[in-house]
Design a protein around this ligand. Structure first.
Ligand code: PMP
Length: 398
């Protein structure tokens, strides 16, 4: 019984855990864009960005199983797997981004980026958007205002309004830099989730990031593109969200979709930025970059490329966005879409109404009024039509 599981969770798990939906979902199996519930129902997964290749993709499952049965050690031994993957991964980046550190989570990648930025710049000031989320370590929780007022931001942190209608993003960053300097704090790092997912999704106009990054560079700080959400082709037009804006990050953090569910993440860097830091301070992450993680990541990237999932994200995303536009303002790119509704109460009703119709999405943004849709990249027109029908009915629930 699901009510027994809910009671047991309350008793056994830390109180920080949250469940999705008024009536939580209990999946027992996944395949492609679908989850199958303990209730015998089939759910359309339009929210899971951790499985770009779809749930339980056979080629990735096989690669993980084969490597698990062969060898799993760490990065202090020679192994081809980490080098094969690093080569394939770095080939998807513009040239200056030429070296990678592997971690287990996006939080660790962002945490490492902050350490590097402090070391390189000698500063501590960090600029993020007003409703940003960058992870769970002590350092990155302090730059994650979306965790709410009970999680204090560090005194060295400044927030800027997320891009949107009537917002000059670069002006916000320039003002934050000025405020840091006025308080005697040297700017170290501008951190941006390049699709602004927790801020309610923002992609347009392409290029709006460039003057903000230029301002940070002029102030002597670095720019970290957090690609944990938009990366690996989700935005359709490019492998990485920052490419949409024609900017050259110093550091790029990766995570979620990287291993199609296997915990693997990383930080890509310009070699000259990390040369001295790396020479002076060793980095050993026990599980990061292990042969099984690398097999998962290598197979995931191969599936994204061989099955042309980025192209599918562009095509299905455009089709879905066109259908959604009848119901409100649509934001986003590829298969990362936000649909703006008039208020949080309606958004919550729609999210739960769609869940009752077995279509899984969520809501985000500072006002919690933006429906957030980011399905596995194998999502096709059939799935888009199912989603649009469930949305129409849920909006009509009143
Ligand atoms: N950055 C962004 C933009 C994220 O959305 C998340 C996770 N939701 C993270 C970082 C942290 O990644 P992880 O949960 O793997 O630590």
């Amino acid at each position: 019984m699901d009510s027994d599981l809910i009671a047991k969770r309350k008793a056994l798990l830390a109180p920080s855990y949250r469940l999705f939906y008024d009536d939580p979902v209990h999946p027992v199996r996944g395949e492609g864009a679908y989850l199958f519930g303990a209730d015998g129902k089939r759910y359309l997964d339009a929210y899971n960005n951790v499985v770009p290749a779809g749930h339980c993709h056979p080629r990735i499952v096989e690669a993980v199983a084969r490597q698990t049965a062969t060898l799993n050690t760490h990065t202090r031994y020679l192994h081809e797997g980490i080098l094969d993957y690093a080569e394939a991964l770095l080939a998807t980046f513009p040239k200056p981004l030429g070296q990678v550190t592997f971690t287990c989570t996006g939080s660790e990648a962002n945490d490492l980026a902050i350490r590097i930025a402090r070391y390189v710049t000698g500063g501590t000031g960090i600029i993020v958007t007003e409703n940003a989320y960058h992870g769970v370590t002590a350092t990155v929780a302090e730059i994650s205002p979306s965790l709410g007022p009970s999680m204090p931001l560090g005194p060295h942190v400044r927030t800027v309004p997320a891009p949107g209608v009537g917002v000059d993003f670069a002006a916000g960053v320039r003002a934050a830099i000025a405020d840091l300097l006025r308080h005697g704090i040297k700017p170290a790092l501008l951190v941006v989730d390049t699709i602004f997912s927790s801020d309610g999704v923002a992609a347009d106009p392409p290029g709006f990031l460039a003057p903000a990054v230029a301002a940070m560079h002029e102030a002597g700080g670095l720019f970290l593109a957090d690609e944990v959400q938009p990366g690996f082709g989700r935005t359709g037009a490019a492998m990485w969200g920052f490419m949409r804006h024609g900017v050259a990050p110093d550091l790029v953090s990766l995570g979620k979709p990287m291993g199609n569910g296997y915990p693997v993440a990383g930080l890509v860097a310009r070699p000259e930025v990390i040369a001295e830091f790396g020479a002076k301070i060793r980095y050993f992450n026990t599980f990061g970059g292990n042969p099984v993680a690398m097999a998962a990541a290598r197979a995931t990237l191969a599936v994204i490329q061989d099955e042309r999932l980025m192209e599918n994200a562009a095509a299905t995303g455009a089709y879905l966005a066109a259908g959604l536009a009848a119901h409100g303002r649509v934001r986003g790119a590829g298969l990362f879409i936000g649909l703006e509704l008039p208020g949080a109460a309606l958004a919550a009703r729609v999210v739960n109404g769609m869940r009752r119709r077995c279509v899984l999405i969520s809501a985000s943004g500072p006002g919690n009024n933006v429906l957030k849709i980011r399905p596995p990249l194998v999502f096709g027109r059939t799935e888009a039509d199912l989603l649009l029908a469930a949305l129409q009915e849920s909006l009509a629930d009143g």
